[in-house]
Design a protein around this ligand. Structure first.
Ligand code: FES
Length: 577
């Protein structure tokens, strides 16, 4: 089924007719209901721009979506098109059980099918919170109708007693301080009221900010659109521009498959690395690329990481917030600094190339402290390292820029938690056999094990160690971690324990060696012991569900190194990065 129209295909409201077996009758009937919506016949001749409405009472990061729709609609109308908003699933990180990742693919399917089913010549994708941007891009890539991304924008930073605060790096930092007894419950309540002071997405380089920068590098956002704060009037003016441009995209038939190419995905990965961005972004970019037959291998990510320094000084890797990056020129400043490492000939939603966009974007050259020079990076290597070894044959990720340098080469005894419930029950047990050398291991928290691969990889420091002043331990899991978190945390171990990955074989007391320099993660037990444990665990059933979405999820979800997409939604790989 081909959703994007050829020049001779029906356009506007005459597209994608309802199947009555009589096209003229379908148009006759649709016209009647177009009039019921309040339109005149004039609307039938105009390009239709669908606007994905991800507003929800459960999505704080999308509270400005109604006014973005209004501004984008104004832009569409000014350019002679008809704007038609329509709802899809909306996901917020803290309002979804068990985790938003469990529903990302459902949202992507919703987006794809509603773009495909309804009559639109182009679509504006409004999103912002962590999983919404990946889901929108995955769905739009598969539907392959001309599409442009409009972000809700980051929130401003807060302030508590003179100290700048932002969701959610400082949420985790203050929670850790509370657990260590360094702040009182009353202080924590005050902080809680100031962590998210405005509408918008998290104000640090978490997944939302990372995906915003990656999407601008990918070419799916108008230049400058990644970093404008949600509350600024400029965000609305940008939305109006997006509306205008969407009409142009409809006329040109410029589809996501012409923009999201292997070179563009490489640019997006490089930008993620230079931003010191979220590990989640690698999963999402793998899934987006996979929709168009582009394979993003972890070894390629590691190779890019080794030659891409971290340039942005934002939390959790650095010190600043998204509003600072905006004032420093946003993604354009970063991409200009990375220029020599990017493929500048990639087409973007402007209709021009990335290089042309960077040449013509306003600003630049101002003194600023947020985006460093290539010669003076925040970290010399990219933010992420890909690990392999007998514990992670298909790979694992470490956000090395956010890790404790002394722990990057470390051997220590494991303390194993069987699953999330076991972790919650025992992590603060006074008898837990932990020391600063301990390696905490959490298993059955991967795509199938949890299910949905929750952001549980940032295991808390056991309270008895926290109270001794221990701030970090090596932590290993098949889970994910919020992009706002920090520490020596090894994530996405593939294959996961629930499908027989070697993480299932680890026992408390085993020695584990992390060798970041050699990109290795190994369980140090004898081969005979390894085989004996393998035989004991052989045949452990993978999780199943009797019905519904959970059954679909457990049957179809791919491992982290494949982007956690559903196997039947990916395209055969035509080119590898
Ligand atoms: Fe929505 Fe952080 S919770 S971006």
């Amino acid at each position: 089924m081909q959703a994007n129209a050829s020049p001779s295909s029906p356009r506007g409201l005459a597209r994608n007719l309802t199947g009555y077996g009589d096209a003229e009758f379908s148009i006759f009937l649709r016209k009647a209901f177009i009039k019921a919506l309040g339109y005149t016949d004039d609307a039938l001749d105009r390009p239709v721009v669908g606007i994905v409405n991800t507003a929800s009472g459960f999505n704080a990061c999308h509270r400005n979506v109604p006014e973005l729709i209004e501004a984008a609609s104004r832009g569409v109308l000014l350019q002679g098109g008809i704007p038609v908003p329509f709802p899809v699933i909306s996901l917020h990180e803290t309002f979804v059980h068990p985790t938003s990742m469990y529903l990302r693919n459902l949202m992507a399917m919703d987006v794809e099918e509603m773009i495909r089913a309804q009559p639109m010549d182009a679509v504006i994708l409004i999103g912002g919170c962590d999983k919404t941007v990946p889901a929108l891009l995955m769905g739009a890539a598969s539907a392959n109708v001309p599409a442009i991304l409009l972000l809700t924008g980051p929130m401003l930073a807060g302030n508590w007693r003179g100290e700048r605060l932002g969701a959610c790096t400082d949420c985790r930092r203050f929670w850790a301080r509370f657990r260590a007894g360094e702040v009182t419950a009353d202080d924590l309540a005050e902080v809680n009221a100031r962590l998210a002071p405005t509408i918008g997405t998290c104000s640090v380089m978490g997944t939302a900010s990372t995906m915003a920068l990656a999407a601008e590098a990918l070419g799916m956002i108008l230049p400058g659109g990644a970093c404008i704060p949600a509350v600024f009037a400029e965000r609305l003016r940008h939305a109006e521009e997006v509306g205008r441009r969407a009409v142009g995209l409809a006329a040109e038939g410029l589809t996501p498959s012409a923009i999201i190419t292997p070179a563009a995905v490489t640019n997006a990965v490089r930008t993620t690395l230079a931003a010191g961005g979220s590990t989640n972004a690698i999963i999402h970019l793998t899934a987006i690329a996979g929709r168009l037959g582009i394979g993003l291998g972890l070894d390629a990510v590691d190779a890019l990481a080794r030659e891409t320094p971290v340039l942005i000084d934002l939390k959790p890797v650095g010190q600043l917030y998204m509003e600072d990056l905006y004032q420093a020129g946003g993604a354009v400043t970063l991409l200009r600094e990375l220029r020599a490492k990017l493929n500048l000939s990639c087409r973007t939603v402007t209709g021009r190339t990335l290089g042309e966009n960077l040449d013509s974007a306003p600003g630049g050259g101002r003194p600023q402290q947020v985006v460093r020079d290539l010669a003076d990076p925040v970290h010399a290597e990219g933010g992420l390292a890909v690990l392999r070894g007998n514990l992670a044959p298909d790979g694992a990720l470490l956000k090395q820029a956010a890790a404790t340098p002394a722990l990057l080469q470390h051997t220590g005894p494991a303390v194993v938690f069987e699953d999330l419930a076991d972790l919650a029950q025992r992590i603060d047990d006074p008898d837990l056999p932990v020391s600063p050398q301990t390696v905490l291991v959490l298993r059955r928290a991967g795509p199938k094990g949890a299910p949905g691969m929750p952001e549980a990889g940032y295991l808390p420091i056991p309270r008895k160690l926290a109270r001794q002043g221990v701030k970090d331990l090596v932590r290993i899991s098949d889970a994910r971690m919020s992009g706002t978190a920090f520490g020596t945390v090894i994530l996405h171990v593939s294959p996961e324990a629930a499908v027989g990955g070697p993480l299932a074989l680890v026992r408390t007391g085993d020695l584990i060696r992390l060798d970041t320099a050699r990109r290795r993660l190994d369980l140090l037990i004898e081969e005979t012991e390894w085989q004996a444990r393998r035989e004991q665990s052989f045949g452990s059933p993978a999780p199943v569900a009797a019905r519904g979405y959970q059954r679909l999820f457990l049957e179809q979800v791919l491992q982290a190194d494949r982007g956690c997409d559903f196997s039947f939604l990916t395209s055969p790989v035509r080119s590898w990065i």
